[in-house]
Design a binder for this molecule. Structure first.
Ligand code: HEM
Ligand SMILES: *[C@@H]1O[C@H](CO)[C@@H](O)[C@H](O)[C@H]1NC(C)=O
Ligand SMILES: *[C@@H]1O[C@H](CO)[C@@H](O)[C@H](O)[C@H]1NC(C)=O
Ligand SMILES: *[C@@H]1O[C@H](CO)[C@@H](O)[C@H](O)[C@H]1NC(C)=O
Ligand SMILES: *[C@@H]1O[C@H](CO)[C@@H](O)[C@H](O)[C@H]1NC(C)=O
Length: 323
């Protein structure tokens, strides 16, 4: 065989291998459904007009999707009489919101390209768009994620760290997803937007060690303010409070707040309890482009966690039920 022929055979072989691996790619929908990303963005723009918080809520939904069974839309699946789904686990219910927006995006995409675009990709696009529509950066993401068929209530706590986590627990749960200490800090920066139910941090205000006390790691004046907004349990009302001072804007306020001991959760404050994570909090607070550049890289890693590609999984017809 001449060199040329060897090269042809080799490159054909490579192509077949690459195709079979079915990796994510930037132009996955370029021929299959070129309008997909624009349609999702349009739905997110419209949703943002009536709900400025939706970008934050969809970003959090994507995180909770990716950490459990990978980024495969498993969080979108409804429980059935024979299966309690992820969506109903306390970390997700009732605080995860925006399912209606993902359904609307899927319906709009299905109208133009039926059966082509996965719910997992739609959620990844929508989370990226949500950041941008909250005055954050925009970045290109690879697609080709396929939808999972498994969504189990009991698997959620195995992977999602609770807001009471200390730094060791956070680092461990991120490491289980091949995410580094740096990723932990930059992705925690997602808390630059959005709101939290009082019940997610109430114990820091009213019952930190079980003796009716307050968390000493929480700034006293913020604790005072939060006590004014969050009634002492037991109570049926569960108001929401902003994560930081500018809950509709992606900026460095989250990190500035953490440095002043004004992070809402123990898991936010915990970033100060390790010299390396603390140094990144300090840099991120001082340098917005440092934070944003790194946030994008960590978001890309998170949005490609354990994805199903090629012939794995399925393209769901409706995001809340498996086919
Ligand atoms: C490091 C571990 C993390 C913990 C323990 C944690 C915990 C929480 C909790 C308890 C809430 C409030 C939920 C509620 O009561 O309404 C929340 C909200 C939020 N989280 Fe996280 N989170 C973590 C990481 C992340 C990551 C990696 C992202 C995305 C990159 C993220 C994005 C958000 C957003 C945007 C909100 C606000 C959602 C809304 O307004 O609807 N979080 N988080
Ligand atoms: C725009 O958002 C509104 C309010 O959420 C909704 O009722 C309407 O159907 C949306 N329109 C489109 C075209 O998505
Ligand atoms: C973190 O929490 C775990 C579980 O509660 C505990 O065993 C560990 O000692 C804590 N580590 C630190 C550094 O506080
Ligand atoms: C982490 O990386 C290892 C080695 O590349 C891989 O086998 C494993 O599946 C990865 N885990 C996750 C959760 O992505
Ligand atoms: C405070 O926590 C302790 C221990 O977890 C619990 O027994 C007690 O009922 C709590 N008190 C209130 C007012 O929630």
């Amino acid at each position: 065989m001449g060199d040329y022929k060897v090269w042809r055979v080799l490159s054909l072989f490579l192509l077949v291998v690459i195709a079979a691996r079915g990796d994510l790619s930037y132009d996955f929908y370029k021929t299959r459904c070129p309008q997909a990303e624009k349609i999702v963005m349009d739905v997110m723009v419209n949703a943002t007009l009536s709900d400025r918080r939706i970008g934050a809520s969809i970003l959090r939904m994507h995180f909770h999707d990716c950490f459990v069974e990978g980024c495969d839309g498993s969080i979108l699946i409804d429980s059935t009489p024979t299966n309690r789904a992820e969506k109903d686990f306390p970390a997700n219910f009732p605080s995860i919101r925006g399912f209606d927006v993902i359904d609307a995006a899927k319906a709009a995409v299905e109208k133009v390209c039926p059966g082509i675009v996965s719910c997992a990709d739609i959620l990844a696009f929508a989370a990226r768009d949500g950041v941008h529509l909250s005055h954050g950066p925009f970045w290109d993401i690879r697609s080709g994620r396929r939808d999972g068929r498994v969504s189990m209530f009991n698997r959620v706590p195995l992977f999602l760290p609770p807001p009471t986590s200390n730094i060791t627990q956070l680092v461990t749960s991120f490491a289980a997803k091949n995410l580094s200490k740096s990723d932990l800090v930059f992705l925690s920066g997602g808390h630059t937007i959005g709101f939290s139910l009082c019940s997610s941090f109430n114990s820091r205000l009213y019952n930190f060690t079980g003796r009716g006390d307050q968390d000493p790691a929480l700034d006293a004046s913020l604790a005072q303010t939060l006590k004014g907004q969050c009634p002492r349990p037991p109570t049926r009302v569960d108001p929401i409070v902003p994560m930081e001072k500018t809950p509709f804007k992606v900026d460095t306020k989250y990190f500035k707040g953490v440095l002043k001991r004004r992070g809402l959760f123990t898991s936010d404050s915990a970033l100060l309890n390790d010299p390396f994570t603390k140094s990144l909090v300090i840099k991120s607070a001082a340098d917005e482009s440092f934070f944003l550049g790194n946030f994008i890289q960590s978001m890309i890693k998170m949005s490609e966690l354990e994805v199903k590609t090629g012939s794995k999984g399925e393209i769901r017809k409706k995001c809340h039920v498996i086919n």
